[in-house]
Design a protein around this ligand. Structure first.
Ligand code: AQP
Length: 339
């Protein structure tokens, strides 16, 4: 049995990119008798940037509900909230003791998200150059080590990763290998896998960026729970170009290429007779609507019963904890901690 871990940050509303890039592959993997997935709502990861507690709680429950609505079957996939399995945090600290500061500080995502802050180790000066620089949480620096703990604690063999996470996965592999060499065989060294549909769904308003929960403008994002009217207007406003030909040309026509990618991901229809951008957008709207309508309907039913969703999370926790506790026990013993 291959163990696979897929994470979702409850940093906002799930969108079409999350569905195509991560949720669908997760649901498809349920059909494989040789694969067992954990779907983790990474609420602790969502605290690496400024956050609102009430919003985090609501988002965590909403992400769990959307995952169930999209077909995650809790009998085949363990659905967990990150913070409800304390072994993640315990292993995190133990792994910090085998990770170098420089290894964490050079992660691209840390450098990008902390840009504009003073140098690590210095507080923002009140005046002069760097004054008023943004506050950077220490957890932003150590987050890749927590991610390594998330992966290793479940003995995960496979982790579906997009390009932006591949450096973090590499760090998890480095930490696991280093630990095994220094303290004895303890961790399964995970492999990163490209999801079967490796497509990156790009922002409809700015096709050079990926569609993202936290992009400041909703104009480029199709939320999985958006109303048909909002979806229609968002797609109608999608950026195209002046070439006027419907074809794949990622460099020259990124907006049109993105719409074609979405259409292929959402329908099996032949694309031969699309002669105008208007026709393309109408097709994309219909195809997206056909995919999202059943998810929205199921979501509305599930949202009526939040206790059921909480129960699913609690069953998921009970399912994964014995293995996680055993990994932590092994790690503690290897490090010389008393049992
Ligand atoms: N645009 C995308 N196209 C394809 N796949 C995507 N994923 C995210 N955006 C796209 C995949 O969805 C899973 C969950 O992502 P995440 O919640 O860990 O956060 P993320 O990758 O950082 O996605 P977002 O939406 O852009 O969130 P924020 O804005 O909070 O950073 C992952 O498997 C991811 O690859």
């Amino acid at each position: 049995m291959t163990r696979r871990l897929t994470g979702f940050q409850p940093t906002g509303k799930l969108h079409l990119g999350n569905l195509i890039g991560a949720m669908r592959p997760l649901v498809q993997a349920q059909e494989r008798p040789d694969t067992r997935s954990i779907a983790m709502i990474a609420d602790l990861h969502a605290m690496t940037m400024e956050h609102d507690p009430a919003q985090l709680r609501a988002n965590t429950l909403q992400v769990a509900t959307v995952l169930l609505a999209a077909g995650v079957d809790p009998r085949r996939t363990a659905l967990i909230a990150h913070s409800q399995v304390p072994e993640h945090s315990e292993l995190h600290y133990l792994l910090e003791c085998v990770t170098g500061y420089g290894e964490a500080a050079r992660m691209i995502q840390f450098r990008e998200k902390s840009a504009g802050s003073p140098l690590p180790g210095f507080s923002a000066p009140s005046e002069g150059p760097g004054a008023g620089s943004k506050h950077v949480r220490l957890s932003l620096l150590t987050y890749p080590v927590l991610m390594a703990a998330d992966i290793l604690v479940h003995d995960s063999e496979q982790v579906p990763v997009g390009d932006d996470q591949s450096q973090h996965l590499e760090l998890a592999r480095t930490i696991a290998t280093r630990f095994n060499t220094r303290y004895g065989e303890t961790f399964t060294v995970p492999e990163g896998i490209r999801p079967e549909s490796a497509a990156r769904v790009m922002d409809l308003a700015d096709p050079a960026r990926k569609m993202s929960k936290s992009s400041p403008s909703p104009a480029g994002r199709i939320g999985l729970l958006d109303s048909p009217d909002v979806i229609r207007r968002t797609i109608a406003r999608a950026v195209t170009d002046t070439v006027g030909i419907v074809r794949d040309d990622p460099a020259g026509q990124p907006g049109v290429t993105n719409l074609l990618g979405i259409l292929r991901a959402c329908s099996d229809r032949e694309l031969g007779d699309l002669h105008s951008y208007g026709a393309l957008k109408r097709e994309v709207t219909d195809a997206v609507e056909a995919v999202l309508t059943p998810i929205r309907t199921r979501y509305a039913e599930l949202a009526e019963d939040p206790d059921h969703v909480r129960k699913v999370l609690s069953e998921g926790k009970a399912w994964v904890r014995p293995r996680a506790a055993e990994t932590v026990r092994r790690t503690r013993a290897a490090l010389g901690l008393l049992d």
